[in-house]
Ligand binder design. Structure first.
Ligand code: A3P
Length: 284
């Protein structure tokens, strides 16, 4: 698939923003050595990555707020695809995030070393979040308008390419990994239960006080006020918008027309017909 934009280069079929990523690093990271204690949060962009960076930092610090107040999220839980992520030199346990598609992940993860937590979000909310994010962040090409961005998103002419391919490929191969699948909507609807599930998966037991602290410091309003949790320092085009924008389920309804929504639903049915996943599309 062509990218149609000079903002991106393609590596093995996936679009990367040219000013951030490079092919040499992407090539190398497929051969990273993995330790049993490594944890990788995998997301398609705008599915709650920053939220999971916060949750993981807090789980691994037993809910100590100092852990998320002294260092920015991208240093605590770095992206492995970013060239200076310094993966090999970091002490264990290494907490990571990545937007990589399945076929570009370090191969050693398939030996069931390390753990993967895949966070999915309903794609209409992903699209809307991404649309505003492209208007906000300096590193992105500004969308012409919503219909144009909708078209690009559906055809994967955005960074990390197509949402449908990302989730289909990861889900199809999940049994090759130590793998936990959770959703943004599950986090929203029952943060405590979701955090407990994550703790069980990574083998960390937190008592009620520590769990309460993890929950408190990963709430939207608390994160929004914490410059170390909300990516305040990232270069922006305008002061409107933020990494932590609305943090809700169903904002797509304020942005899609009925016709656009029906068209998207038809494509969703077709592309996801053999994927046994249910999504939550609104907050009812
Ligand atoms: P919206 O733009 O819909 O508000 P990512 O980190 O993958 O880029 O995802 C960003 C999205 O997650 C944004 O969605 C952001 O508001 C939302 N988000 C981040 N932290 C959150 C939190 N604590 N609670 C709910 N949503 C959160």
């Amino acid at each position: 698939m062509s990218t149609t934009s000079s903002y991106y280069f393609q590596y093995k079929g996936c679009n990367f923003v040219s000013t951030i990523y490079n092919k040499e690093h992407l090539e190398q990271l497929e051969h990273f050595e993995i330790q049993d204690t490594d944890v990788f949060v995998v997301t398609y962009p705008k599915s709650g990555t920053i939220w999971m960076q916060q949750i993981m930092s807090l789980i691994y610090s037993d809910g100590d707020p100092a852990a998320v107040q002294g260092k920015p999220a991208l240093e605590r839980v770095p992206w492995i695809e970013v060239p200076n992520s310094n993966f090999s030199a970091r002490p264990s346990p290494r907490l990571n995030v990545t937007h990589l598609p399945y076929h570009l992940i370090p191969k050693a993860l398939k030996e069931k070393k390390g753990k993967i937590i895949y966070v999915a979000r309903n794609p209409k909310d992903v699209l809307v979040s991404s649309y505003y994010f492209h208007q906000h962040l300096a590193m992105y090409e500004s969308p012409k308008d919503f219909p144009d961005f909708l078209e690009k998103f559906i055809h994967g002419r955005v960074e990390f390419s197509c949402w449908f391919d990302h989730i289909r490929e990861w889900y199809a191969h999940k049994d090759e990994f130590n793998f936990l699948f959770i959703t943004y909507e599950a986090l929203k609807k029952d943060l405590r239960a979701s955090i407990q599930k994550i703790c069980n998966f990574v083998g960390r037991q937190l008592d009620d006080d520590k769990l309460d602290a993890v929950i408190e410091h990963s709430m939207f309003d608390v994160m929004k006020k914490n410059p170390m949790a909300n990516y305040e320092g990232i270069p922006k085009k305008s002061s409107d918008g933020a990494f932590l924008r609305k943090g809700s389920i169903g904002d797509w309804k304020n942005n899609f027309t009925v016709t656009q929504s029906e068209m998207f639903d038809r494509i969703f049915q077709e592309r996801m017909k053999d994927v046994p996943l249910e999504f939550i599309w609104d907050n009812e």
